[in-house]
Design a protein around this ligand. Structure first.
Ligand SMILES: *Cc1c(COP(=O)(O)O)cnc(C)c1O
Length: 394
């Protein structure tokens, strides 16, 4: 099939949940992609913060091929080595004592919501309410959209599960006031990703931790987007001198192979016992082998330093565009999670960049989000900046 035939067949056969750009990709390497007509692109989307080592990273490819030829799946009725290796690496490199594996961000948050409720049931006299943030994003299952503090994701899906309330992000007093007799947990992203790359005040997460401790409730961090090195540290919480009770991971965990995880302290994880939660595919050897190779690469010397350095370079170059382009309101982010806030609608900018061989994505109608592979280079950033300079001129 050529490009036109493929797009027509897609529009005919696939449920219309996505508004796609008119491009068919066939190959990727590092921070670069090629479409079906052989045109090359610099990728500042990375499958939405998924392919953090870049496309087809040789270590991940090798691990997948080796594992696929050895053992792909046996179920959690049994022990398998790749799952144990990844769990041990995650607990050794985070606050967590135990890990539960699933396949996506929504599933990881679903598990976190269930664990918080079970913990409330077992230890907090039946408290069940979870406070989440306005402008947040936690995924697309019924509980995850309900946790998501944006009405547009709720419309048409009533009745939603009970037990969620929303407070403004980055507002300590509002959170303090909202904690009720029924509250068992607070769920939030360290930096709101889909919500437009919102970086909270320096002391915010510490204040949230303090409230949770004082009220005896759980702090759950959704690190699905911020985790696995995206912000220049392995996990977003490390920037803020706090640790949560539960953290969720997915997106970059398997560098493109679907994998999700919940990580928790011993005390909290103990609320899950055999039969209380499960996943058929979760922790399967293929996904775990990909994730082990991914995490080993992220933890190797210099990798996270490069991410922090390229993130600073990207932000500095984007700020420098502002003097010629007053439509740029602000550049914000941490590491290689960067948002460019525009005073104009962003979709036409995304399209114009695509035509010029640069992939960026737009959230909240007017915020360009840049989440490139963490192996992005200066010439890649320079190309993005040159194309944005040209596109914003119009
Ligand atoms: C992408 C995302 C999710 C949902 O992940 P899926 O794998 O699409 O279910 C949840 N939380 C955050 C913060 C995300 O960025």
């Amino acid at each position: 099939m050529n490009k036109e035939e493929l797009i027509a067949a897609s529009e005919k056969n696939i449920v219309g949940t996505y508004r796609r750009q008119p491009v068919v990709f066939v190959r990727g390497e590092g921070a670069h992609l090629w479409d079906i007509d052989g045109k090359e692109y610099v990728d500042f989307v990375a499958g939405i913060a998924v392919c953090s080592l870049g496309h087809s990273h040789p270590k991940v490819v090798e691990a997948i091929c080796r594992q696929a030829g050895t053992l792909m799946h046996v179920s959690n009725l049994y022990y398998t080595e790749p799952q144990v290796r990844l769990a041990s690496m995650l607990t050794a490199n985070s606050f967590a004592d135990r890990v539960f594996f699933c396949n996506s961000g929504a599933e990881a948050n679903e598990a976190a919501i269930k664990l918080a409720r079970k913990y409330g049931h077992d230890n907090l006299g039946g408290k069940y309410e979870i406070l989440t943030m306005k402008g947040s994003f936690h995924g697309r299952t019924l509980a995850a959209i309900t946790a998501t503090g944006q009405e547009k994701f709720h419309a048409g899906f009533a009745p939603l599960p009970e037990g969620f309330r929303y407070v403004p992000f980055d507002d300590v007093q509002a959170l303090e006031k909202a904690v009720s007799e029924k509250t068992c947990a607070v769920l939030l992203e360290p930096i709101q990703g889909e919500g437009g790359v919102r970086v909270p005040d320096e002391g915010y997460l510490k204040a949230v931790r303090e409230i949770c401790d004082r009220r005896g409730i759980l702090m759950i961090l959704d690190e699905v987007q911020t985790g696995m090195g995206r912000t220049g540290k392995l996990f977003g919480y490390e920037h803020y001198g706090v640790a949560p009770d539960i953290m969720t991971l997915a997106k970059a965990l398997g560098n493109g192979v679907p994998a999700g995880a919940l990580a928790a302290t011993e005390r909290v994880a103990a609320a899950f016992s055999p039969g209380t939660h499960a996943s058929t595919f979760g922790g399967n050897p293929l996904a775990m082998a990909a994730a082990v190779a991914t995490l080993e690469t992220i933890l190797a010397d210099g990798f996270l330093e490069n991410c922090a350095k390229m993130g600073a370079y990207l932000q500095e170059r984007l700020w420098s565009l502002r003097k010629n382009h007053p439509v740029i309101q602000e550049v914000r982010g941490k590491g290689l999670l960067v948002g460019l806030d525009l005073s104009v609608e962003g979709n036409s900018v995304v399209k114009a960049c695509l035509e010029r061989g640069v992939l960026v994505n737009c959230t909240f109608d007017h915020i360009l989000r840049m989440v490139p592979p963490l192996v992005v280079t200066r010439p890649d950033v320079d190309k993005l900046v040159q194309v944005l300079d040209e596109v914003l001129e119009r």
